[in-house]
Design a protein around this ligand. Sequence first.
Ligand SMILES: NC(=O)c1ccc[n+]([C@@H]2O[C@H](COP(=O)([O-])OP(=O)(O)OC[C@H]3O[C@@H](n4cnc5c(N)ncnc54)[C@H](OP(=O)(O)O)[C@@H]3O)[C@@H](O)[C@H]2O)c1
Length: 153
Amino acid sequence: MLIRYATFQTTTNIATVKCSQLQVELHPWLPRHDIVDWCTKRNVILEAYCPIVRGREFENPLLIAIAKKHSKTPAQVLIRWSLQKQFVPLPKSVTKSRIEENADVYDFELDADDMRKLDLDEYKPWYVAINHDNRDILICCSAWDPTKIGLED
Ligand SMILES: NC(=O)c1ccc[n+]([C@@H]2O[C@H](COP(=O)([O-])OP(=O)(O)OC[C@H]3O[C@@H](n4cnc5c(N)ncnc54)[C@H](OP(=O)(O)O)[C@@H]3O)[C@@H](O)[C@H]2O)c1
């Protein structure tokens, strides 16, 4: 069971105020249909963090093709995907031009074909590799999922 999910369920059971939103890593390479379905059924708003995958997929040919088709950038396509999924995307940037770019997503729409192509059956949460005590350790810094990576890994 995903720990965020489990924590969230526990919270909804004991809280006096119902949870109305959940922030979780969400993008085409981590669509988390299980969490999205669970929240959608309960009218829980999904805040998508890491929505532009920190640029990791900007060279992806599929993403580039869709961006070219709409004369937009890969970041804008990913933010648009998130909005059209009814998520609240939280792109982060400290760069003025990028902040403006990321906000300029209301003059185009991904069509059904774009959305279908971006409906990837992927599980690629954000990982970083660190070296600790001369050992390389992979840390999933944005969406640890103990169903995939246990404490021992
Ligand atoms: N990741 C987590 O663990 C986590 C957890 C909870 C909440 N959040 C929140 O979720 C938000 C998302 O942040 P994130 O860092 O996880 O992922 P992200 O928004 O997917 O990626 C942010 C990175 O992409 C760069 N970037 C932003 N817009 C760009 C653009 N248009 N073109 C090219 N590069 C662009 C930023 O660089 P510059 O800043 O240098 O421009 C930054 O390095 C943040 O507000 C964060 O506080 C994150």
